[in-house]
Write a protein that binds this ligand. Structure first.
Ligand code: ADP
Ligand code: ASP
Ligand code: MG
Length: 434
C-alpha cells in the first residue's frame, strides 16, 4: 500500500462542484488501495478577499490577527471536503495545522516549518480514514499562536506532510497540466515539461513561476520528496520535479524513454515573469567608499528583501553615482521613506520610487556550459524594441528588469527566441490568475 499526499489549490476547490470533483479524485486514489493525506487551500480567491477585508478595516492589520483571519479560509475548505468524502461513503477526518502538528517559527505571515509531529494523522490513517489537513497554517510553541506560511504556502504543507509521513509521492494539483516553459496565461504556446530538475524549478519559482511555491521545492529537495505537479481537471501525467539522485518515475513505470534519455538537455528550461517588484533609485550618491554600505544598512534595517542592485559608474553630476535596486512592491514605499528621511546624512540628491517595473528571467542548467545564451535574450528584446533597465545573472539564470507594460510581449518574444514554443495552445482549466 502506497501513501500519497495530494494538495489541492484554491482554484481546485473554488465552489461546491469543484469540491465534489476533488473529493471523487481523492476517493478514487483511496479505492486504488492507497493511504491518502490531503492538504487543501482556501476556496478560490478567499485568501485575497480576506486580505482585502482586513485592509478595509485597518491600514496595517496586526500580524497575529491577520494570521487568525487568513487561516480561517483553509478551515472552511477542509471541513467541506471531509463532508463531501463522507457523502461518497468514505471515512475522512479534517485537521487544522496545529492539530496536524505543523510546528513553525513565530513569524506571522511568513512562518517556516521547524517540525512536523503528525501523531493524530497517523492514528487516523491507522483507523482507515482519509486525512485532510488545512494548508498554509501552523502553530508556534513559544507564543502558542496560529501562524501562516506565506502566500502559496499550502504547497509547503503538502511537502512537509509527505516528508514527515514518508509518502511515496507528493502530488500538487492546480488549474494547469504541470510546470510549463512559461506561464501559459501569458505565453499560450508554452509547453508542459515532463520533468524538471529541482535546481531549475527553484530558480523559476524564485523568479515568479507561482505554479510551485519556492519553499515547497526547497523543502522537497532537502527531504528527498518527489513532487508531481499536475491538473485537477484531467488525469494526464504532469511534471515531476527531480531532486539530485532521484530517478524519473516514468522510467520505473517501464515507459519507453529512449527519446528522452538520448537527448541532450535543452540549454533553457523556461522563462519566468514577476510583477511583484518595485525599483528604487538613489540619485546622485557621493561616489566615495562607504556610500553603498550606508544606504543598504538603512534598507536592511527597514527589513526589506533586496533582489537586484545596479550601480552606475557616474551620474549626471561629477563625483556622484546612481544606485538602483529592486525589492517587493509592498516594502518599497517604507524603504523610500526611510531613505528620504536620512537624505542629508546620506548625501544623495533624490529618491525615485518606480512601481511600474516587471522582471523577466530565463532559467536553464545548461547555461553553465553554453556561451552566448544572454545574447539571444538581448537580441529578442531589441527586435521588439523593448528597453532593458537592469540586468543580473546567476550561474543558471539571466534576469532583466523592464517596463511592466512590456513584460507579456517580452515573455512571448523570448520564449520563441529560445525555441521553446510548442505546437498547440496550453489549456488553463480554471482560476482567475489572482
Ligand atoms: P493553486 O491555486 O492551485 O495553488 P496557483 O495559482 O498557485 O495554483 O498556480 C497555478 C498557476 O501558476 C497557473 O494558473 C499559471 O497561471 C501560473 N504559472 C506561472 N508560471 C507557470 C509555469 N511556468 N507553469 C505553469 N503554471 C504557471
Ligand atoms: N490560501 C493561501 C494563499 O492563497 C495558501 C495557498 O493557497 O497555498 O496564498
Ligand atoms: Mg499555489
Amino acid at each position: 500500500m502506497a501513501l500519497i499526499v495530494q494538495k489541492f489549490g484554491g482554484s481546485s476547490v473554488a465552489d461546491a462542484e469543484s469540491i465534489k470533483r476533488v473529493a471523487k479524485r481523492i476517493v478514487d486514489t483511496r479505492r486504488a488501495g492507497n493511504d491518502v493525506v490531503v492538504a487543501v487551500s482556501a476556496m478560490g480567491d478567499t485568501t485575497d478577499e480576506l486580505l482585502d477585508l482586513a485592509h478595509a478595516v485597518a491600514p496595517t492589520p496586526a500580524p497575529r490577527e491577520l494570521d487568525m483571519l487568513l487561516s480561517s479560509g483553509e478551515r472552511i475548505s477542509m471541513a467541506l471536503l471531509a463532508m463531501t468524502i463522507h457523502s461518497l461513503g468514505y471515512e475522512a477526518r479534517s485537521f487544522t495545522g496545529s492539530q496536524a502538528g505543523m510546528i513553525t517559527t513565530a513569524d506571522h505571515g511568513s512562518a517556516r516549518i521547524v517540525d512536523v509531529t503528525p501523531v493524530r494523522l497517523r492514528e487516523a490513517l491507522d483507523e482507515g480514514a482519509i486525512v485532510i489537513v488545512a494548508g498554509f497554517q501552523g502553530f508556534n510553541r513559544d507564543t502558542r499562536d496560529i501562524t501562516t506560511l506565506g502566500r502559496g504556502g499550502s504547497d509547503t504543507t503538502a511537502v512537509a506532510l509527505a516528508a514527515a509521513l514518508g509518502a511515496d509521492v507528493c502530488e500538487i494539483y492546480s488549474d494547469v497540466d504541470g510546470v510549463f516553459t512559461c506561464d501559459p496565461r501569458v505565453v499560450p504556446l508554452a509547453r508542459k515539461l515532463d520533468a524538471i530538475s529541482a535546481e531549475e524549478m527553484l530558480e523559476l519559482a524564485a523568479n515568479g513561476a507561482k505554479v510551485l511555491y519556492i519553499r515547497a521545492v526547497e523543502y522537497a529537495r532537502r527531504h528527498n520528496v518527489l513532487i508531481h505537479a499536475r491538473s485537477t481537471f484531467t488525469s494526464n501525467e504532469g511534471t515531476y520535479v527531480l531532486g539530485e539522485g532521484m530517478t524519473d518515475p516514468r522510467l520505473a513505470k517501464g515507459e519507453d524513454m529512449t527519446d528522452v534519455i538520448g537527448k541532450e538537455e535543452p540549454v533553457v528550461a523556461g522563462v519566468a515573469i514577476d510583477r511583484s517588484q518595485a525599483k528604487i533609485t538613489v540619485v546622485g550618491v557621493p561616489d566615495v567608499p562607504g556610500s553603498a554600505s550606508a544606504i543598504f544598512t538603512r534598507v536592511s534595517k527597514a527589513g526589506a528583501n533586496i533582489d537586484m542592485i545596479v550601480q552606475n559608474v557616474q551620474s549626471a553630476s561629477p563625483g556622484r553615482t546612481d544606485i538602483s535596486f529592486t525589492l517587493p512592491k509592498e516594502q518599497a514605499r517604507g524603504v523610500a521613506q526611510q531613505l528620504q528621511a536620512e537624505q542629508s546624512e546620506l548625501g544623495f540628491e533624490a529618491i525615485v520610487h518606480d512601481d511600474q517595473v516587471g522582471k523577466l528571467s530565463v532559467v536553464g542548467a545548461g547555461m553553465r556550459s553554453h556561451s552566448g545564451v544572454s545574447l539571444t535574450l538581448f537580441d529578442a528584446l531589441s527586435r521588439h524594441r523593448i528597453n532593458i533597465e537592469m540586468i543580473s545573472t546567476s550561474e543558471i539564470r539571466i534576469s532583466v528588469v523592464l517596463r511592466d507594460t512590456d513584460l507579456d510581449e517580452a515573455a512571448r518574444a523570448v520564449h520563441t527566441a529560445y525555441g521553446l514554443d510548442g505546437g498547440v495552445e496550453a489549456t488553463v482549466y480554471a482560476g482567475t490568475g489572482r
